[in-house]
Design a protein around this ligand. Structure first.
Ligand code: BGC
Length: 917
């Protein structure tokens, strides 16, 4: 594989664990760095201890008018601000100093947060809808509209902010310049209940005298296509904009300019824009100065009025919210690796990497040139781009739907003209350009990588380049699916399927800071949860409960392993980031799901079981064997089976146990002792039911699929006395398949770990290094640069099969972090271990690796585990962040309790005793 030059990595240099000048560093507000427009009244503050400190004795925070004074406390994570509640638009500067074993630190560098518009009364702007031909064009063919307003700025400006959101996707311009660098705003949330407002600092964009504000507004997620069925108009039938500019002058006066009836609208050069279908632009229709202030007549001919949005959602300002996650941005740009001309003139651009985003083209040919850009993940036999593998089909008719991802542009011939669609996204590696009169060069096209601008927090590499490539592909798959929500794939569906994030979230937390990203999504999950506790299959769901229930997918709602995201994602987020308030906030959603599942288990019996055993056995109260479930999903060679009558009690009861157990642990953390006991009983009941049904007297488990065996071990479904036997059953299943895995979506993340934890470490590595299908390396050898949805990824005729960018199988890289490098939390349910305050470094060498290294920026700072084997000696170099402690477990069994700082330990690479060097 050729490596792809990444022009702008977007992967920031990670912060060091502390500051040599002896001050706290990396100040955070909630899960963000200097948030602008936050709406949390009393945000929680975090910092890293100064370098070299081992623990904190006390802290002192100065935030605005509030001085905490010296507070005797060891915590440096998510400490609530307790000063006066800030008013709207207030910037609170803050600093912290700490007392540690090193003594009193200096004050940290100052940081800040700024509140947004917090109350209904803060808004003077009203919602406006552009004038639009009625009835609107069919979905996918609807133009983006331009909105514009002229205003005057009287006197010097000291500070100016815009607060904006939309029904649709908007871009804002002030005096011809783009406002901010966020993409696909306002992002995707459960719009009926939660709509994100962006805050922009526009002080530098204003000028005294005449000014103009403009917006481009397209369908976005609000009324554009979404999901498998590509249904449109999910949240409404009109696009609309709400924006308010607040200008503060040096004389203390304030001017407010908001969307309102005096704005103008028109159809611009964007003839059609849809997130899934693509964007069509006629640049001959572009007035380059459409949002400039220089010409008062601009919003004249061709411009219509706007309608003021009234009633319904337009009246509900309580749903306006700030995002707890970073925004989407153009995070990196890729230069193509090749351009190939086909005999018919089509030109195929290869980015060398499957990404989510769009292509920028900077040579559009002479005036009137019509270009068609088709984006796909694979080439067909002729070398042209194919999108056959990413077509969905209409559930009701079985008819295949067009893949979309086609952009069209007509050149105006203006010098320096560039095409960059910002009202659509594509999942692609290849772009096919049709209609260009000349041969394109590598420099004519740029792959623009667009995703949530998450902070990178985890790295891994080792002596085997194949494993490093696998890790990189998993990282790219996550990047391709972090599109304000965790999507299943960036092309065919772009839906945030609950099961996919449930199984990948723990892995994502080894790679990026996903605390705010998950918290944001979980709020939507709770919002969209059905009245009976069921969790929609994907969140946000554009269909509300009534319409989803009535849709063909309605009866498929409530699947085990998918709905369990309601419990598992908050739990895993708490473990990785220590945010107990998130568990508190999600608690009603967590209990609603588990109560639903438990209710199904006790109220219903599978007809086959009832026929076999007319009188229910007592354990059946906890056996969940009815209802629709996706099951393990996409095991190699197993056909998709969506039969709602299928008995999937083995999977569903396993998840009932798992979620009830995590919920019991959550209840204990939150001090809800009654609930703790209730869910503990439920967890035990489900486990006993699972054993009664699926474990024979001789300890053999059936169904004996690898997935079932993995779950038995990973979820603790079998008694300790049977664990070894079950692990052996799993190992022999792997061996008898020629050292091949047979897991699908749900069990793959845990497969290698359970093998390694039960004495089959070398078999785990053999699976990892297996290069015939089904395996990870077979995917890479067939050219994958992201993880495939299907293990094979290619059908019998050699054609690409299913999506090439589903992160689920990439969850295997958690094995590299937690076992190969060996960094993991001490005890999953112990509050004193959360956020890696106490953790374990227990490397598992194997697979012929001679070295491996992982780094992890946990909330307390940088953890490092790096080992190498040289001359028969295994040497580990570990770094433990300030304020934390770790138990280092060497391969020879030696255990060392290690405090903050660097540690080097060694032992014979085989057996023997370890010794600190
Ligand atoms: C999606 C998945 C999802 C699944 C449900 C698919 O179409 O792409 O990733 O979890 O349906 O089984």
């Amino acid at each position: 594989m050729t490596s792809t030059p990444e022009l702008n990595l977007g992967l920031r240099t990670p912060p060091a664990s502390g500051d040599s000048r002896g001050r706290p560093t990396r100040l955070r507000v909630e899960h963000l760095d200097r948030p602008l427009g936050i709406d949390v009244p009393r945000p929680r503050l975090s910092w890293l201890l100064p370098a070299g400190a081992t623990h904190q004795l006390a802290h002192r925070i100065r935030a605005g008018a509030w001085d905490s004074g010296r507070v005797e406390a060891s915590g440096s994570l998510l400490i609530p601000y307790q000063g006066p509640q800030p008013t709207a638009r207030e910037r609170i500067p803050w600093q912290v100093k700490v007392w540690t074993d090193l003594g009193e630190s200096g004050w940290s560098e100052p940081s800040w947060w700024e509140t947004g518009l917090t109350a209904r009364d803060d808004w003077q702007a009203v919602w406006i809808e552009p004038a639009e031909a009625q009835p609107p064009a069919p979905a996918g063919r609807r133009p983006a509209h331009l909105l514009r307003h002229d205003f005057t700025v009287r006197g010097p400006v000291t500070r100016a902010r815009v607060y904006a959101t939309a029904h649709g996707v908007y871009e804002l311009f002030l005096n011809g310049r783009r406002v901010g660098d966020q993409e696909l705003t306002p992002g995707f949330t459960a719009y009926r209940s939660r709509l994100q407002v962006q805050t922009y600092d526009v002080t530098e964009l204003l000028q005294e005298g005449a000014n103009a504000v403009g917006a481009v507004l397209s369908d976005g997620w609000f009324r554009g296509r979404h999901g498998f069925s590509r249904a449109a108009d999910g949240f409404g039938e009109r696009t609309a904009l709400l924006a308010q500019l607040i200008v503060e002058h040096s004389d203390g006066s304030t001017a407010v300019i908001g969307t309102g009836p005096n704005w103008r609208s028109c159809r611009g050069p964007v003839l059609a824009a849809d997130l899934m279908d693509g964007q069509e632009v006629d640049l001959r229709l572009l007035d380059p100065g459409w949002s400039a202030a220089d010409d008062a007549g601009r919003a004249g001919p061709g411009w219509d009025g706007v309608a003021v949005g009234e009633g319904g959602l337009y009246e509900d300002f309580s749903r306006l919210t700030a995002s707890p996650a970073p925004p989407m941005r153009r995070v990196a740009q890729l230069q193509p690796t090749s351009v190939t001309a086909l005999p018919d003139g089509r030109q195929i651009i290869d980015l060398g990497q499957n990404i989510s985003g769009w292509a920028r083209l900077n040579d559009l040919g002479p005036t009137g040139t019509r270009l068609i850009l088709t984006h796909g993940e694979a080439l067909d036999a002729e070398g042209a781009v194919t999108t056959e593998n990413i077509r969905a089909f209409d559930w009701t008719t079985g008819r295949l739907l067009p893949a979309g991802q086609v952009d069209k542009v007509v050149s105006s011939g203006r010098p320096g003209e560039v095409f960059e669609p910002r009202h659509t996204t594509h999942g692609f590696r290849y772009v096919q350009v049709e209609g260009h009169p000349r041969e394109l060069a590598l420099g004519d096209v740029t792959g623009v990588v667009v995703h949530t601008d998450l902070e990178r927090t985890g790295w891994f590499d080792c002596s085997d380049q194949r494993i490093n490539r696998l890790h990189e592909a998993a990282v790219w798959s996550f990047r391709g699916n972090a599109c304000d929500v965790p999507t299943d794939c960036p092309q065919r569906e772009r839906a945030a399927w609950t099961g996919d994030w449930q199984l990948f979230a723990p892995t994502a937390a080894f790679l990026y800071d996903v605390a705010g990203f998950s918290a944001k999504w979980l709020r939507d999950l709770a919002t969209d949860q059905w009245s009976d506790g069921r969790v929609p299959n994907f969140v946000p769901d554009p269909a509300d409960e009534a319409s989803r229930r009535a849709s063909p997918e309605g009866p498929m709602t409530g699947s085990a392993g998918w709905g369990d995201a309601a419990v598992i994602v908050p739990w895993e987020t708490w473990r990785a980031y220590g945010d107990l308030d998130l568990l508190r906030e999600q608690y009603p959603s967590m209990t609603a799901w588990v109560d639903y599942a438990a209710g199904q288990a006790s109220a219903r019996r599978h007809p086959d079981r009832a026929a076999r055993r007319p009188e229910p056995a007592p354990h059946e109260e906890f056996l969940w064997d009815t209802g629709f479930h996706f099951g393990e999903w996409l095991e190699p060679g197993v056909a998709i089976d969506l039969d709602p009558a299928r008995d999937r009690g083995d999977v569903a009861t396993a998840y009932l146990h798992r979620s009830a157990q995590l919920l019991a642990a959550t209840a204990r953390l939150l001090g809800r002792n009654d609930d703790h006991e209730r869910y503990q009983r439920l967890a035990q009941g489900a486990r006993a039911a699972w054993q009664a049904e699926y474990v024979a007297a001789d300890g053999i488990i059936s169904p004996g699929t690898q997935a079932t065996l993995v779950r038995a071990l990973a979820f603790g479904l079998v008694p300790d006395s049977l664990r070894e036997k079950v692990a052996d059953q799993l190992a022999s299943s792997v061996r008898s398949a020629g050292t091949h895995l047979a897991t699908g979506f749900l069990a793959t993340p845990d497969l290698l770990a359970v093998l390694a934890d039960h004495g089959h470490g070398e078999l785990a590595y053999a699976l990892l290094l297996q290069d015939t299908s089904p395996s990870w390396l077979a995917m890479l050898e067939r050219g994958a640069t992201t993880m495939w949805e299907d293990w094979d990824g290619v059908d019998d005729a050699g054609r690409p099969k299913m999506s090439y960018n589903h992160y689920s199988k990439g969850a295997v890289v958690s094995f590299l972090h937690t076992r190969t490098a060996g960094i993991r939390l001490a005890d999953g349910a112990d509050p004193t271990a959360a956020a890696y305050r106490r953790f374990v470094i227990e490397p598992v060498p194997g697979g012929g690796l001679t070295s491996a290294r992982a780094e992890h920026d946990c909330p307390y700072g940088r953890i490092r585990s790096a080992w190498r084997i040289e001359d028969g000696v295994f040497t580990l170099s570990a770094a433990i962040p300030p304020g934390t402690s770790a138990q280092i477990r060497m391969p020879d069994g030696a255990r060392v309790d290690a405090g903050p700082g660097s540690h080097v330990l060694s032992c014979p690479a085989g057996a023997g005793s370890s010794a600190a060097v």
